[in-house]
Design a binder for this molecule. Structure first.
Ligand SMILES: Cc1cc2nc3c(=O)[nH]c(=O)nc-3n(C[C@H](O)[C@H](O)[C@H](O)COP(=O)(O)O)c2cc1C
Length: 128
């Protein structure tokens, strides 16, 4: 599986689709953490003081879903996509599946919500 950043442009995502086809990689994990610092509630000085690094959880959720949707739509669902980034609730998980993810991973949401998040996600999927 190839794991990609949420900071890639759509042109770069087109390249990813070609690379997966050419190399027969089994699929894509979308997405990793982000270097983007826009739209945060935390004071900018504090964010600057914390410094560089990958941001996970809610701030990456929307872009992660956009990347999943772009890859799924543009490739005609040609390969499996593992959806990850900002899943903190069953609704977030269903959004990723609706965008075109075939499997899900939960990192930051697991820390904040605890293991019962997985149960809630599974129940929501079964309810469909
Ligand atoms: C503490 C921590 C460590 C991580 N370590 C790695 C890593 O070693 N390699 C990697 O590809 N992604 C790593 N990630 C990124 C996660 O796999 C995931 O793609 C990203 O955090 C978005 O999901 P989330 O919002 O559920 O955390 C890490 C994330 C966190 C929070």
């Amino acid at each position: 599986m190839l794991k990609i950043a949420p900071d890639l442009t759509n042109e770069q995502l087109d390249d990813i689709i070609d690379i997966v086809a050419d190399t027969k990689i089994d699929g894509v994990i979308a997405t990793n953490t982000t270097i983007d610092r826009s739209g945060l509630k935390t004071d900018k000085n504090k964010v600057d003081a914390i410094g560089n690094g990958g941001l996970s959880g809610k701030p990456v959720g929307l872009r992660s879903t956009e990347v999943i949707k772009y890859l799924a739509d543009k490739s005609n669902r040609a390969f499996p996509i593992i959806g990850v980034g900002g899943i903190h609730s069953a609704e977030d998980a269903l959004e990723k599946l609706d965008a075109g993810a075939t499997l899900l991973q939960v990192y930051t949401g697991f820390i904040y919500q605890g293991p019962s998040l997985v149960k809630r996600i599974n129940k929501a999927i079964l309810k469909r």
